[in-house]
Write a protein of this length. Structure first.
Length: 441
């Protein structure tokens, strides 16, 4: 059965998503698992994934315990592409290192292992366990992230392969940490519906620390952990500032140049100069040439985000909120920034209203909804009572089993034995009359 499970897991790993033409098929972090059936249980799994500029550095630590008789086994994870082709290089795990109880394992890469029925290229090593023996395995490696060709990236960790060990994983913690600015609106949890209602799994969003954490207990995983990241502001910057324009297109080139100066001055903290650059673009909105006026309006719309950030830094909260709203009016964005602005300014009414708006919106897989639910849950009791959100957050979501049980109980309540007896007595009498008439004839 375990062999079948591992075979199915391999099919999943090798069945990569097809991306757009400009996309990159990156690597996936992975849980180690046994090649043969085993009595060894995974006691804990701790994984830290640090993401920066399309690269993820992974450090994982596993604690294993033998719950049966003495055994030997092979343990490993797929190495994916190992060839010279770009796609293979991007999908592989780089600089892979293994330690068992602090001792390094030499040459874990096994090529062409498919001859033994295990799959293509693997990082694999031998392990032996005495009865009740515990061992600690540490893996480190880095990998390219997958991208979709439209500015989105996928960070993925294959958790379900942990189901290859004996029994459930006792405890696990998967942390994704980001070097760049972290806005929960830019992230979506893939396949979240598979474990959203699982009480053994908890997702924590920590914007101040730029982290998303998955923590679980006594879990036999049937899902993987993945985030889809797409920074709208950054992508608009590429479209507006990094597209080459000729100086011969005088007005367009001037608008772009002013946009570049405004952004550069903002990043350097020269807020007054940045604001002046933005003001200079305003005059181009009145151009009689449609192409120029539209380009200017688009540039101003994008720069409204940085106007909001400048005013937020200066403590001018009302004006900052105005520009966050004008920048996000078409895409319904900047909800996180507005929430934190209201919280920072002490505007509790608008802060609570914004959190409720996020939770009620159609954002089931978005990290910002998880964050908003988390914020509401952590509010002081007196605040919850004032805004009537205690009942809302304490309301338990019914499981399928609970709903089915209630439906059965409801049917029992509606069921009447008296009606049942009378109905069936009537049928018996009717059949008797019919039978008597037939016999009589």
């Amino acid at each position: 059965m375990k062999k079948l499970y591992i075979l199915l897991s391999l099919v999943y790993i090798l069945n990569f998503t097809t991306y757009a033409e400009e996309s990159i098929l990156g690597g996936k972090g992975d849980t180690i698992y046994p090649i043969l059936d085993t009595s060894v249980q995974m006691m804990s799994e701790k994984v830290e994934i640090k993401v920066d500029k399309g690269i993820a550095h992974v450090e994982s630590e596993f604690v294993l315990k033998n719950t049966g008789k003495k055994e030997k086994n092979r343990v490993g994870i797929p190495a994916c592409g190992i060839g010279d082709k770009i796609q293979e290089v991007n999908s592989q795990l780089h600089d892979f290192k293994v330690e068992i109880d602090g001792k390094k394992v030499s040459n874990p890469l096994k090529k062409g292992v498919e001859k033994e029925g295990y799959g293509p290229n693997w990082y694999m090593w031998e392990m032996s366990f005495d009865e009740e023996e515990m061992k600690r395995i540490k893996n480190t490696y880095w990998m390219h992230l997958s991208s979709d060709g439209i500015g989105g990236e996928v960070i993925e960790y294959v958790l379900k392969n942990g189901g290859g060990w004996n029994k459930a994983i006792k405890y696990g913690k998967i942390t994704m940490e980001f070097e760049s600015d972290f806005d929960p609106e830019n992230f979506e949890i893939l396949d979240y519906e598979k474990y959203k209602k699982n009480k053994k799994v908890e997702v924590k969003v920590m914007p101040e620390e730029k982290k998303v954490i998955w923590e679980f207990y006594n879990l036999e995983p049937d899902f993987n952990i993945a985030l889809y990241s797409k920074d709208v502001i950054r992508n608009e910057k590429k479209d507006l500032l990094e597209v080459s324009l000729s100086p011969s297109d005088k007005e367009l080139w001037q608008i772009q140049n002013l946009g570049k100066k405004a952004y550069e001055n903002y990043t350097k903290g020269n807020y007054d100069d940045s604001w002046a650059n933005m003001d200079q673009i305003e005059k181009y909105k009145e151009s009689q040439e449609d192409q120029i006026s539209k380009y200017a309006i688009r540039m101003i719309h994008w720069l409204d985000y940085y106007r909001a950030m400048i005013l937020l830094e200066k403590g001018e909260y009302e004006k900052s909120a105005y520009y966050f709203k004008t920048n996000g009016v078409f895409e319904e964005k900047n909800l996180y920034q507005l929430s934190m602005l209201y919280k920072k300014s002490g505007n509790i009414d608008d802060y609570i209203q914004m959190l409720k708006c996020i939770v009620k919106g159609k954002r089931d897989r978005q990290v910002i909804k998880v964050w908003a639910e988390q914020e509401l849950k952590q509010l002081p009791v007196e605040i919850k009572e004032k805004y009537g959100i205690i009942h809302q957050n304490n309301k338990e979501e019914k499981s399928d089993e609970k709903i089915e049980r209630e439906e059965k109980e409801s049917k029992k309540e509606k069921f009447s034995y008296r009606a049942f007896i009378l109905f069936n007595t009537g049928i018996v009498i009717l059949l008797g009359v019919v039978y008597w008439n037939i016999k009589k004839k």
